[in-house]
Design a protein around this ligand. Structure first.
Ligand code: DAH
Length: 339
């Protein structure tokens, strides 16, 4: 046994390992559970008498030297790997994956930019709201259909906690906390209990606008919206306002722009009318001002609200609303160059 160990010792001392495969072979042969050294320790149990001490010492020496050898091989291989990586400056770099902004964010930012140029600042509010901020303070009558479970996602009933159905709720939060003059836009996500299809989704995005000051008139509203439409869709864009109804504005209107696909001549997109609807607006109802402790004899204001998906569709002609929330990289990558 002594001879065997001495022979192994010289074998180990002269061993050469230059790569990971050889290192693993070395480990399996000598150091693994079924390797030579473990087997020798098994055999050592049969050694008795004065032999025991000497063979034992020799065997330990073999084990230690083999382990040291293994560690130094490992270190060499690792050093070699890092040093080649660092030294070869001609190696091509790892490609950097550049992400793209979501089309909804691109348009949201563009809308914010346009209104910032007119002195508007951005405000945000919570997506989980109460009845007061979404309906009551906005002058919604008790029996209004939007208060129905079929249109609104309720989280709790009595007191009502719900997912906001429009960003008009942020108007109330700001007016409750700020004194006029107020000139803000409020982008955000809204929720409605709708069946999901190419044309409707249970969540989408809006931007709300609000301007409250002395002597704000409908003419101010019209001019602001015309400026917005032309900045967004080009200088040739025409607007038209149709009378409408919203509980929180009086008078109320809906705004159309001349179809930006056919230039107003009529096409399939505008259903051959030459016009497409883009937003709702009006003069803030005095009841809403009073609900927020703003004196409606002293102040007037206008408000407007638009769907970001709608504006995005007009700019990018996305045919199916569901694409916005499917996170399909093939779809999202197309907007890379528009950042
Ligand atoms: N909140 C309305 C909606 O979700 C949009 C709207 C219309 C907002 C008229 C306004 C407004 O501020 O004046 O359909």
């Amino acid at each position: 046994m002594k001879e065997k160990i001495t022979q192994l010792l010289s074998e180990i001392r002269s061993a050469q390992v230059t790569n990971k495969v050889q290192l693993e072979e070395f480990r399996l042969k000598y150091l693994s559970k079924k390797g030579i050294i473990s087997t020798l320790f098994e055999d050592f149990k049969q050694v008795f008498g004065d032999q025991k001490k000497e063979v034992g010492q020799l065997l330990n020496k073999l084990k230690n030297e083999t382990q040291e050898k293994f560690s130094s091989f490992l270190q060499n291989i690792e050093n070699e790997n890092t040093s080649t990586e660092l030294n070869d400056l001609t190696l091509p770099g790892d490609p950097i994956q550049v992400g793209s902004l979501h089309p909804i964010n691109i348009i949201r930012n563009e809308i914010i930019d346009i209104f910032k140029r007119l002195g508007f600042t951005v405000s945000e509010g919570p997506e989980i709201e109460d009845d007061w901020h979404v309906f009551t303070a906005l002058n919604f009558p008790e029996e209004h259909p939007a208060r129905d479970m079929q249109d609104t996602f309720f989280i709790e009933k009595n007191p009502d906690i719900l997912l906001r159905t429009h960003t008009s709720s942020v108007q109330i939060r700001v007016m409750e906390n700020q004194k006029p003059p107020i000139r803000i836009i409020m982008p955000g996500r809204v929720f409605r209990n709708e069946a999901i299809s190419a044309r409707a989704h249970c969540f989408f995005h809006q931007v709300e606008g609000l301007y409250i000051d002395h002597n704000v008139s409908f003419a101010d509203l019209k001019q602001t919206l015309l400026y917005f439409a032309r900045e967004m869709f080009g200088n040739e864009t025409q607007i038209r306002l149709r009378p409408s109804y919203f509980p929180f504005t009086e008078p109320s209107a809906e705004m159309d722009i001349s179809c930006n696909l056919c230039g107003g001549k009529g096409c399939a997109f505008c259903k051959h009318t030459g016009w497409v609807e883009i937003l709702g607006c009006g003069m803030v109802d005095p009841n809403v001002l009073e609900n927020c402790q703003i004196n409606s004899k002293e102040y007037t204001g206008y408000a407007f609200g638009m769907g970001i998906e709608r504006i995005t569709n007009l700019k990018f002609q996305v045919k199916d609303l569901r694409m916005f929330s499917e996170n399909d990289v093939r779809f999202l990558k197309q907007f890379l160059s528009t950042i």
